[in-house]
Ligand binder design. Structure first.
Ligand code: COA
Length: 169
């Protein structure tokens, strides 16, 4: 199966934050951003796998900065690593100044998707070849995140999370 680059899966969405998308402080509602990231990550996973992709886990989300009402929000997602039937997708979230166009990174989310056929059976996905320094960094760390997520979900024994354990010795 052909190895693919991260940029082949790059998926970008740009949209506004409207009043119905906000919390009581007129900042973007967290669940709204999670949903938008999930959609863009799904498209990235489907571009990489050329299959139907479903969310199996949200590995990490950091709501570092408030996204004010009226913001123009850009979400850029790429596959950071592919395993067997699963793929880790990294979504970076930016807002832009409406006058200068200057973009500020505000949040990020890391999702895991699984590729499925039309019959719902899991399908093996192409391996990922990281090219840039950031892609290589995310590729390396993805194995630790996968092991942590599997341990937390009870699907992997902590004793078997060798890559994760190596962080602490
Ligand atoms: C996704 C789904 C098909 C996986 O089925 P399963 O039989 O549990 O599959 P497995 O345990 O073999 O896991 C499949 C892959 O996902 C990975 N995975 C499973 N749970 C994971 C988790 N919590 N974190 C990271 N990876 C996970 C496994 O390691 C495996 O990866 P690999 O093939 O690359 O080695 C099934 O759980 C499902 O249909 N879930 C619902 C998906 C959905 O509807 N999402 C939308 C939410 S509303």
């Amino acid at each position: 199966m052909k190895t693919k680059t991260a940029k082949e899966s790059l998926s970008i969405s740009t949209d506004l934050v409207l009043p119905s998308d906000t919390n009581a402080l007129n900042g973007m509602f967290g669940g709204e951003l999670l949903s938008r990231m999930d959609r863009v990550c799904c498209i990235a996973a489907q571009r990489h796998s050329a299959q139907i992709a479903v969310t199996v886990a949200v590995n990490h989300v950091a709501f570092n900065k408030t996204v004010p009402i009226g913001s123009t929000v850009t979400i850029a997602a790429k596959v950071s690593r592919a395993f067997g039937t699963s793929m880790e997708i990294y979504a970076d979230v930016w807002i832009e100044d409406r006058f200068s166009g200057h973009k500020t990174k505000v949040n990020e989310g890391i999702y895991t998707f699984v590729a499925l056929g039309a019959d719902g059976e899991k399908i093996t996905v192409p391996k990922l070849f990281p090219e840039t320094d950031l892609e290589k960094e995310r590729f390396e760390a993805a194995l630790r995140r996968r092991q942590l997520s599997l341990v937390l979900s009870g699907k992997l024994k902590a004793a078997d999370a060798t890559e994760l354990k190596s962080l602490f010795v």
